[in-house]
Structures are given as C-alpha cells and as structure tokens.
Design a protein. Structure first.
Length: 159
C-alpha cells in the first residue's frame, strides 16, 4: 500500500472538486481537465488517476486528451507560460526569428521550464490571431506583430 503525501492528497482533492463541478460526466472530460490545469498549473498523475476512477475513463484516454490539447500540461510549468505560434502564417512573417530570440533570451528550448521555475516555453500550431503574426502568448496576454527586438521588453513586464 502506498502512502499519499499532503501534496498528492491536494491534487486528488482538486480533481474531486473538478469532477463534482461537472457531475461526474465523462462527456465533460475536457472541462474537468482544464479546471484541474487551471488550479494546479498542470494535470498531475495523481489527479488523472482520481478522475479516471470517478468518471470511469481509462487513464490512457485521459493522458491522450491531456497531451493532445496545447492548453493542458502534464508536467509542472513555470510561473509564466510562453506559447509561441509556429503556424505557417506566423512563420512566413518572421516567426522563426522571434522563436530564436525567445530561446536565446530564456536559454530554453520549446517544452522546457527554467531552473528557477519562472518560465516555460512551448510551441503551438495556432493561437487564432493569424492576421497579426508573428504571435506569442504570455500567460493570457497575446502579443502580435512581434519582432525579435521586442522580446526583452515583453518579458520584462513579467519580472
């Protein structure tokens, strides 16, 4: 028998709360996962196990859903999550240079979190604002028509 830590129990409690919000319906799997992600910052294994038990969906299916959607994370993220749009419209107007500037400034590759826990850099296929590419999203803030020179000033807002 494994012993649950306070942290594990906290994840389980948050998962239970999210399932209760949606009345234990498996049709609401995505909103349940999003609620857990919003409260914790990611969907930990312990929360997935509890959701699986409560709504009778295999853990493998939960993991598939959680890793398919870019707004859900399965590992802990930094305090600030930067999403870089790598769609074709952003790419053709200088997106690659913006990504290089982000990687250089943060000293991170996409999918990594800084050792101080401040930043997570991710890529996404589209942020839905193609008319103002290249685009990045920092937390919930969207920045369009970005140039590499703007990266330091944008990141400084989150210091």
């Amino acid at each position: 028998m494994t012993t649950k830590t306070k942290k594990d129990q906290g994840f389980i409690d948050i998962a239970n709360k999210a399932v209760d919000m949606y009345h234990s319906k498996k049709e609401d799997l995505i909103p349940i996962l999003m609620q857990v992600n919003q409260e914790i910052g990611f969907v930990p294994k312990e929360a997935m196990e509890q959701i699986s038990l409560r709504i009778h969906v295999p853990q493998s299916q939960l993991y598939s859903v959680a890793t398919f959607y870019h707004m859900l994370f399965t590992k802990q993220t930094g305090r600030h999550v930067i999403k870089f749009c790598e769609s074709a419209p952003c790419h053709v107007v200088g997106g690659r240079e913006v990504l290089d500037a982000l990687k250089n400034k943060l000293e991170l590759e996409p999918g990594e979190t800084s050792s101080d826990g401040k930043w997570t850099l991710t890529t996404t296929s589209c942020l839905g604002v193609c008319g103002v590419g290249p685009v990045i999203m920092v937390d919930e803030d969207i920045y369009g028509n970005i140039t590499p020179n703007q990266i330091p000033d944008i990141l400084a807002k989150y210091e």
